[in-house]
Ligand binder design. Sequence first.
Ligand code: HPA
Length: 232
Amino acid sequence: MPTPHIESKKEDIAKVVLMPGDPLRAKMIAEKYLDNPRLVNSVRNILAYTGTYKGKEVTVFSSGMGNASIGIYSYELYKFYDVENIIRIGSCGSFKEDVRLRDIIIVQGACTDSNYAHQYELPGTYSAISDYSLLEKAVEKAKEKNLTYHVGNVLSSDLFYHADNKADKWIKMGCLATEMESYALFANAAYAGKKALTLLTVSDSLVTNEETTAEEREKTFTAMMEVALEIA
Ligand code: HPA
């Protein structure tokens, strides 16, 4: 069942999809965690692999960056490949001093500066939220693993570079961090009647301007991926 952006056969995509932004991260996750991973998509180098984790079939499918890109892949996976759950695993920039580098954010809701929900022609503003059953399981796993985690709202921006510190007003509204994909993912899940969740590790801070080293990032990404794989 190829689509304009996915060449996979329907049976090559699992019902549960883990979605990192970076294609090479998808490859790394598949090689490190999945048994018998096989490459199932490489259109535009958006790499995707399917294999098993503790006996359960899982696909790791990269999203690319931004609401526009994840919007395309999640739409096609939900609509044409009968995917039920998509768990985004990504990074974010912290908006708060107590949301520190390497902490994990289990995303409850996503605000946006994007016009993504305009397509639904709603008579108001759509609140994009994650699926509660997935969120609850992620919280249980994070507790079990003794991880430092936060649950709350994020800004899912079309911008990485905000002119004139325009992100400040989102900080005032209590957003924990900024990333670029959850709003479109959650909106697509709602529209398709499916489930989505985002797990983020804090890779940089817009408050303290600290940054993590590649090695440090790797460690927390590992913890986050294990949570995602275990709840998938
Ligand atoms: N902004 C948006 N997306 C991000 C950031 C950021 O600062 N860090 C990691 N992903």
